[in-house]
Design a protein around this ligand. Structure first.
Ligand code: ADP
Ligand code: MG
Length: 350
């Protein structure tokens, strides 16, 4: 069981920046775990602290149940792929892949065998004698992965490994990486600032902001039930509607001149709240509906492919709702928005 357990971890740079600011999290054996957050939130620092490349200022890191907090990087059993791949330009692909084995004085024949096997796993056959400068971006990225895998680390740490690839290659590499990780079953921490990538790849996602954990959950959980407005804003390809509302009686909230059903629980009637509802979870109808609803008029519709994102003005507030492209209403049309109670989230007013 090769898990990673992080407790009370802080990493403070000499200039006083608390890049990781008191983190607790556990990565399970064989899990594909994503660290997601905006640029500068401390993702790389956290990964480097797990690897031992930055010293922890507070707290502990355990790998495979052993406390490695004070252990040097080479003794932690981790393999890391850096954002810029960090390949050696003067070495061949084969030499790059087996460099960690050479450092450990593994015999040349064994190294050759490992290079051949790993190049097969990463679709690099026929490229072993080339130098990094003679490879495409996607191939370089796979060489960096091959080197990490060949080093036989117990855990794989990947710092934005797909961010230097163009959009199409990135999608291909995503699928490839997910399959490889499942085939190898290696515990993996994957850093990204791209919420779609994290949702597509990870078993679980830790959303970070300013060195702190804001939510930890499955892709489904962080998408459908963001724990706070930061996560709500950050996750989803169309932004969540975050509207000021007032708790009304009978399990509903008043917003934008209308109302939506909501699990108001112990929040008192009359309390001001922030109401979150994803455009994907609102239903747009023409004509009257029963139950709580919001009435408005269509301002503009934006094509998203098979869906359209419709902006509806409701009592001075713009609300986004996605509809199938063929049901896109005309600008100016009067429409009614509804949602089911489980899709309407309430946050403390900030
Ligand atoms: P991310 O990978 O999420 O973009 P980083 O871990 O690179 O974030 O950076 C987190 C914070 O730490 C930022 O404020 C950044 O400016 C700061 N930082 C990163 N590296 C250093 C360093 N070597 N010295 C001082 N501050 C740093
Ligand atoms: Mg980074």
């Amino acid at each position: 069981m090769v898990g990673i357990d992080i407790e009370g971890l802080a990493t403070v740079y000499p200039n006083g920046v608390r890049a990781v600011d008191g983190l607790d999290l556990s990565v399970a054996d064989g899990e594909f775990f994503a660290l997601l957050g905006p640029s500068g939130c401390g993702k790389t620092t956290l990964l480097r602290t797990i690897a031992g490349l930055e010293p922890a200022s507070e707290g502990t890191v355990r790998i495979d149940s052993a406390d490695v907090t004070r252990l040097e990087p080479g003794k932690r059993g981790v393999a890391m792929v850096f954002q810029d791949y960090a390949l050696f330009p003067h070495m061949t692909v084969s030499e790059n892949i087996t460099y960690p084995l050479k450092v450990r004085r593994v015999a040349p024949a064994t190294r050759t065998a490992v290079a051949e096997r790993t190049s097969g796993e990463l679709s690099l056959q026929g490229l072993l004698e080339r130098r990094p400068g003679q490879l495409s971006g996607g191939q370089q990225q796979r060489v960096a992965l091959a080197r990490a895998i060949a080093s036989k680390g117990k855990v794989l740490l990947l710092d934005e490994p797909l961010s230097n690839l163009d959009a199409r290659l990135r999608l291909e590499a995503r699928t490839f990486l997910k399959k490889l990780q499942k085939d190898l079953g290696i515990t993996t921490v994957f850093v990204t600032h791209d919420q779609a990538e994290a949702l597509a790849l990870a078993d679980r996602i830790a959303v970070m902001q300013s060195g702190k954990l804001r939510q930890l959950g499955s892709p489904r959980e962080v998408f459908a039930r963001p724990a706070n407005t930061f996560v709500a804003n950050f996750i989803g390809s169309t932004p969540m509607n975050l509207l000021t509302g007032t708790v009304a009686s009978g399990g509903s909230v008043s917003i934008a001149g209308g109302s939506l059903p909501a699990a108001t629980g112990s929040v008192p009637v009359g309390a001001e709240v922030t109401v979150g509802v994803r455009p994907e979870y609102l239903t747009l109808s023409i004509g009257d509906v029963s139950g709580p609803s919001i009435r408005g008029s269509v301002v503009v519709a934006e094509n998203l492919g098979t869906q359209s994102l419709v902006s509806v003005e409701c009592d001075g507030t713009l609300i986004g709702v996605t509809v199938p492209e063929e049901h896109e209403p005309d600008p100016g049309a009067t429409v009614v928005l509804t949602a089911s109670e489980s899709r309407v989230l309430l946050y403390d007013k900030e």
